[in-house]
Ligand binder design. Sequence first.
Ligand code: 9MR
Length: 460
Amino acid sequence: MRTSRTRSFRIRPLRRGVAALFAGVLTVAALLAAGTTAHAAGTPLRDLAAAKGKVIGTAVTGSKLTGTYGDIAGGQFNSLTPGNAMKWGSVEPTRGSFNWAEADQIVAFAQAHDQQVRGHTLVWHSQNPSWLTNGTWTTAELSGLLQDHITTEVTRYKGELAAWDVVNEPFNEDGTYRSTLWYNGLGADYIAQALTWAHAADPSAKLYINDYNVEGVNAKSTALYDLVKSLKARGVPIDGVGLQAHLILGQVPGTLQQNIQRFADLGVDVAVTELDIRMQLPSDSTKLAQQAADYKAVFDACVAVTRCYGVTVWGFTDSDSWIPDVFSGYGAATPYDENYAPKPAYDAIAASLGGGTTTPPPTGACTATYSVQSQWNTGFTGQVRIACSGAALSSWKVNWTYGAGQRITQAWNATCTQSGAAVSCANASYNGSVPDGGSVTFGFNASWSGSNPVPTVTLG
Ligand code: 9MR
């Protein structure tokens, strides 16, 4: 095969009729720049998530839902979880006397902002009213109290909530059941009963069991897995598992995606329900960069598994996070700082959801254009032009498949091979580089008979 830079060849007059065939040239644009993004900078996270079929939520405090806090909660998220407002101690502080004010307010805010609500939580060992925890109850009384509580609260929001964290934190770290008012009083089956009662009160809400330290594959998550499997086998209404994900900087479990997948394979949804990633204070740019990578890893794992429903952060701003109150010396765990400025973690979430807030999307492309230069009764001369605009190449390869038995007999300014109908031409040693705004051509002779349709070329 010839590889000389120029070649003179005989141009025979085209036959009329056939000329029309040659008029067609086909250009295939191959986007060669990496990281093409579908969304411009500044697209709200909720829109990015929705485009991926995911839900992005935040825990909220009802009294704060105005001003900047309200703007961000309503503008960036498509799901809200009341941080405390739906817990038993909040809604029934005195037996028989209910306070739904904050829960109602959050539901109304969500509806006004076209958001889902995730109910949290119906059965827990913590944040219960003292009249309940200090009381002495028979098994039947305790069961009746729990059934009434679940029925009352779920019925109040019937049809309005996407999901309920029905049972919260039922396991110890070793996978045994946590010793609680419920387990001790009712036995392990309180979980199945709670799910059944919740389903009876609102058949449309998705019902979850929610826990922490179940993000990776470990004894606790395996106990949850075994429980869900047995509940499903019994026909108990269970739709999903919540992985709280109160994580520590640099410690996203390596088995997160695998764990999400194994629950998905069981036939339940998975939601990351309470994500935050705490660091030792003060924060600095290195820690914030690590935190961004950690947030991205969690979102990436959810994006990768179809049945991962979405990710909720446990407060979106460091000014509304439980971490500093509970873990002395730790904080800065959320995607926004205390003044509502987005942190690197925010950009990382956007990037995971397909947004591009840090790198402008590439606009350039390189294209390969195939054309027939001349044709005679048994052969023809063809040319491929590779041109770049807003992008550049350091090497190239062009492929096509002939549809009518054409065969390459000779090529120049490229190394061409043909196997059956498939042709592949790579740059010669001297013309691999195609600068932005520049072009390279190569030529070939080939045989044809019957017809000589122009093939589709791809540039790789
Ligand atoms: O965010 C909640 C915080 O305001 C409360 O003080 C705390 C009391 O335990 O509960 C927090 O939320 C918890 C959630 O309901 C369940 N998982 C752990 C969360 C952090 O404690």
